[in-house]
Write a protein that binds this ligand. Structure first.
Ligand code: PLP
Length: 362
């Protein structure tokens, strides 16, 4: 839905996404990189993002066949990997026709693949559970699965893939342990490998191997809660912006908004901004969450409503109705809003509401 009147919009900076993809490649210069564009490119618009990367991406990764078909129908010709494989054997017909690559993470998917009769060889990414314990074959099962797929005439290229549970937490032993389990599982077989999500691209160069899988970093947010030197070069790809729609002066002691949760500590100039939780602004953002008005950082006050939030304008005297407000972007990081709200930039980006208008800067 495009609204001409409501000032709320998500501005997407495609040059930042290109920069961040190139940066992922520069950090892992011997690896190819699958641009992860699942969940509508983390809320940035999958078609626009894939087209912006089409001249340079080695491949794309998505969560399901509808996401893959959207890319194919928009003219993307690179390899596209279905990160969870197929959910039903009938999907393999589409995989064949659209030349998609599938993850195989469980016995059912293996059985479906073996009895399929595709018109060409299907490329398979064999998922190994190196310690996350969500999906994937146990290390002890790998040798047999690999032999079976290798012997199957309609199976093409194979890649061994695994995913990290805690690469975003710096200085823990878990990621090194997962890498060790993965390498032991392959036992020196020559098979292309894929391990690194954004956090591991930034923090674990020994996980780069043949294929990386950058997701969040493409969109310019750091996956780490703490400062990490390499993450500072990422460029935010989304500016969520709106405007002040009302301003009032309240005396000390006046409650603001639902539940009277915030009570003015001093005479307060309160601004109302056109954005709320129905647009994807986190409902649990507390008083004090940073917001920028006219480029100046101030704070959210009171509860987030469905369509509006209230902000403190007491120290921003030049603010008036219509003044621009940045919820996150280059002045306020999505990570800071997420941290204040006890969520993640991943959820903020993917939670952008349907009535938010998008615009794209080249
Ligand atoms: C989503 C996903 C990624 C990307 O992770 P980021 O943390 O966003 O970089 C990589 N691999 C798999 C299997 C995924 O599901």
């Amino acid at each position: 839905m495009n609204s001409f009147a409501r000032p709320l919009r998500a501005r997407i900076h495609l040059d930042a996404i290109r920069h961040n993809y190139d940066y992922a490649k520069q950090l892992a210069p011997h690896s190819k990189a699958l641009a992860v564009v699942k969940a509508n490119a983390y809320g940035h618009g999958a078609i626009a993002v894939a087209q912006a990367l089409a001249d340079r991406a080695d491949g794309f990764a998505v969560a399901c066949i509808d996401e893959a078909m959207e890319l194919r129908e928009s003219g993307i010709t690179q390899p596209i990997v279905l990160l969870e494989g197929v959910f039903h054997p009938d999907e393999l017909v589409v995989v064949d026709r659209a030349e998609l690559s599938v993850v195989i993470h469980c016995q059912e998917q293996l059985d479906w693949l073996l009895v399929a009769r595709p018109t060409r060889q299907l490329n398979c990414w064999i998922k190994i559970d190196s310690g996350m314990h969500r999906v994937g074959f146990a290390p002890a099962e790998f040798a047999a699965i690999y032999a079976t797929l290798n012997a199957c005439p309609h199976v093409g290229k194979l890649v061994a893939i695994s995913h990290f549970a805690r690469a975003d937490e710096l200085n823990l032993p878990n990621t090194a342990q997962q890498i060790a389990v993965f390498e032991q599982t392959l036992a020196g077989r020559f098979i292309p490998r894929s391990l690194a999500n954004s956090a591991a691209i930034l923090a674990y160069s020994n996980a780069h191997v043949e294929w990386t899988r950058p997701g969040l970093m493409l969109y310019g947010a750091s996956p780490f809660a703490e400062a990490q030197p390499l993450a500072t070069a990422l460029q935010p790809a989304m500016t969520l912006e709106s405007a002040l729609i009302s301003i009032r002066n309240l005396p000390a002691g006046a409650p603001v908004g639902y539940g009277g949760r915030f009570v003015c500590e001093r005479p307060t100039r309160v601004g109302v901004v056109a954005i709320g939780y129905a647009d994807g602004y986190p409902r649990h953002a507390p008083t004090g969450t940073p917001v920028a008005v006219n480029g100046l950082v101030t704070r959210l006050i009171g509860r987030v409503s469905m369509d509006m939030i209230t902000v403190d304008l007491t120290d921003i005297s030049e603010a008036q109705v219509g003044s621009p407000v940045e919820l996150w972007g280059t002045t306020i990081s999505a990570a800071a809003v997420a941290a204040a709200s006890e969520t993640l930039a991943y959820q903020l980006f993917t939670g952008i509401g349907r009535r938010v208008a998008y615009s794209y800067d080249e």
